[in-house]
Design a protein around this ligand. Structure first.
Ligand code: WTA
Length: 650
């Protein structure tokens, strides 16, 4: 995405505040360089030192980092602490409670969709709850290596279930609770999950979502696909419990299959608070998390125990300059990697206190984020450019109503941040005193890969700073069940390197500026979507003959979906049809993928060999009249027709 004005604004440099530098883990640029240099030149020693903080039932047998990133030299592989035995859950809970005396410390400040709903959970309580859940999972038949699907909203039980899986060596596969039943089913089938953990329902803002009903539909789809692997569905009583005694209760019908379904409260609450952790190999799988792939089929990104533990914990500590008295808040959903790494594992590994927020930024009012920051005295705040742009729209007044003096460091993630949003975040939210760490990374990288450090790096608004070439412990170990796709997606293009799929440019000072995706992926409000996936969803409508989806810049979402649809002969392009098509996408993928624009396309621009020229479609969507060389088009008249049907407003 090219942002107007970027060239001028990038020249101003923001230096780290001195008071932050006084206590920081990495207090200045030179100390950062020394650390960076050591991590690159002596990775064995660097990571061996970092590993000392954690508990290893058995030590690693050989080299700490073993890898091959070069397809020309054999299969791609990476191993970290191979031979060591440990347990993630033990390290993030028992170690904090037993060895670090943090049993009474608050792990999560849970803040519900409504400000009146909130709850605190200490490390000690979390450990007990996780053990109960782990015992209950074992009772339902879950064993080491089994996959457990989790389709839960932002409630403590989500973290509890993940950690319970980690404790017994089961592999969790969390699916963002905004995905449709079909998306959920596709992920359950791919990972062959034996248990699904969900909730009755949840309010997101003013909207009540019947998660159990969606889950039931998903399980029916699994049956239809001939893959009825889910034996048990565990249902957290959430909405019904919160709403008990009010009319709200009647708003939700919870469908029930007595043979398969059990209430969480019925099986977890009665279990013992003791559960021995399963000692796992460092390279045993920890979780699978799906991310969009350019073929349209989501990729099950696989992460393993030890590397992910070390990488998320170390990046959390340095990038947010974590200190014991911090209150940290990451607004992401745990259903995405940001939540896995920087709400669950990274913060817990550091014994941090985090806000766990169920709601949305503008409910019940547009100052909700700022209210929560004041309420809990949040010192480190991590959110997405799309949220910043949304809140920026309401001006400074809602921000200024609240006391944000507790803030020390701000972070952003998920998509390139435009300098305007960066500056507003820095000035209006951070009151000019808080560095903004713009963290570039991916589901596949496990944790931050390009980012400033708050007390060490002079900042340029919108820039992601420096890069490295060597493998790191947090990188994905594969795509679940598909080594070939893993190698071809990430390692074939530049042998010896991992390819992110993003473009970037380097400026004269060596700062890297991420320019956005270079493949057929779109980044809508920080969520990666593949054009093929959306095209697949639209094609299921009976009226559609052919379809092509491209991205178009959007002031809040960063990018939005612009769809060109060719109808079958007997069909007419009407407003109702457009709504039906949008409905198809919501049904097949989920509301996050709803197209903003659907245009009638009597024909699509194709090369003589029949390949759709997406470049031309992108330019039409953006109303760029100068289309350059069109000589490869089979029929250039199609372009004028498409311009005449262009959607001007959403
Ligand atoms: C994009 C999210 C620019 C990028 C953690 C990447 C970013 C994709 C940034 C991964 C950033 C993420 N600046 N672009 N700070 N952070 N991206 O897997 O295109 O959901 O490849 O992981 O988001 O998205 P994913």
């Amino acid at each position: 995405m090219v942002v107007p004005g970027r060239q001028d604004k990038e020249e101003k440099i923001y230096y780290p505040p001195e008071d932050l530098q006084m206590n920081a883990h990495v207090p200045n640029f030179n100390s950062y360089l020394a650390l960076y240099k050591r991590s690159i030149e002596e990775p064995e020693e660097f990571w061996r030192d970092a590993a000392q903080e954690f508990y290893w039932k058995e030590s690693p047998s050989g080299q700490i980092l073993q890898f091959n990133f070069d397809v020309t030299k054999g299969n791609i592989s990476m191993k970290f602490m191979a031979g060591a035995k440990t347990n993630m859950c033990y390290n993030v809970l028992d170690r904090n409670v037993l060895d670090r005396n943090l049993g009474e410390k608050v792990a999560y400040l849970w803040e519900g969709n409504l400000p009146a709903h909130h709850q605190t959970i200490t490390y000690g309580q979390l450990l007990k709850q996780v053990c109960r859940c782990a015992n209950a999972l074992k009772q339902t038949g879950v064993k080491k290596g089994d996959r457990v699907a989790i389709y839960l909203p932002m409630i403590p039980e989500l973290v509890v279930t993940m950690l319970a899986c980690a404790r017994i060596g089961a592999v969790h596969s969390a699916v963002f609770a905004g995905f449709s039943s079909e998306s959920l089913a596709e992920r359950i089938v791919d990972a062959q999950c034996s248990v699904l953990v969900t909730a009755d329902g949840v309010y997101r803002g003013e909207k009540l979502i019947n998660l159990k009903q969606i889950s039931d539909e998903a399980l029916e789809h699994c049956q239809e696909k001939g893959s009825p692997t889910v034996q048990k569905c565990v249902v957290v009583k959430h909405h019904t419990l919160r709403a008990s005694g009010t009319d709200e209760c009647n708003k939700l019908q919870t469908p029930w299959n007595a043979e398969r379904d059990v209430w969480w409260q019925d099986i977890v609450d009665s279990e013992s608070e003791q559960c021995d952790p399963e000692w796992l190999d460092a390279e045993d799988p920890l979780f699978i998390l799906y991310t969009s792939g350019s073929t349209g089929k989501p990729k099950g990104v696989l992460h393993t125990v030890a590397g992910y533990l070390l990488y998320t914990s170390l990046t959390f500590k340095y990038v947010f300059d974590h200190h014991h008295d911090d209150v940290y808040w990451c607004t992401a959903d745990i259903g995405w990697i940001t939540g896995h790494s920087y709400i669950a594992y990274g913060p817990l590994a550091n014994g941090a206190t985090s806000v766990l927020f169920e709601g949305v930024p503008v409910y019940p009012h547009v100052g909700r984020y700022w209210e929560v920051i004041e309420k809990y005295g949040v010192s480190k705040f991590y959110t997405a450019p799309t949220a910043i742009r949304l809140l920026m729209k309401y001006g400074r007044e809602p921000v200024e109503k609240y006391d944000l003096s507790s803030l020390r460091v701000l972070g952003t993630v998920g998509e390139p941040i435009n300098p305007e949003a960066w500056l507003w975040y820095h000035d209006a939210v951070g009151q000019g005193r808080c560095p903004v760490v713009d963290t570039f990374w991916q589901t596949e990288t496990g944790g931050h890969v390009l980012t400033p450090l708050p007390a060490a790096t002079p900042l340029k608004p919108g820039s992601a700073v420096r890069v490295f070439r060597k493998p790191w412990p947090g990188i994905m170990r594969g795509i679940y069940g598909n080594q070939e796709r893993f190698e071809s997606t990430y390692f074939r293009k530049f042998p010896g390197f991992y390819v992110t799929g993003d473009g970037c440019r380097r400026d004269k000072d060596g700062y890297y500026w991420i320019t956005g995706r270079m493949d057929d992926m779109l980044n809508v409000s920080g969520h990666l979507l593949s054009t093929a996936e959306v095209e697949g969803a639209l094609s299921t409508h009976a009226a559609v003959a052919e379809v092509a989806v491209v991205g178009r810049p959007h002031p809040l979402k960063g990018e939005c979906l612009y769809c060109f649809v060719t109808l079958k002969d007997s069909h007419e392009f009407t407003h109702d049809l457009v709504e039906e098509l949008k409905g198809k996408v919501r049904e097949k993928i989920g509301p996050i993928a709803t197209p903003d624009f659907i245009q009638n396309a009597p024909g699509l621009p194709k090369t003589r060999s029949g390949k759709i020229m997406r470049r031309v479609l992108r330019q039409i969507a953006r109303n760029e009249k100068d289309l350059g060389d069109l000589s490869t088009l089979a029929d250039s008249k199609v372009v004028d027709v498409l311009f005449s049907y262009r959607c001007k407003t959403a």
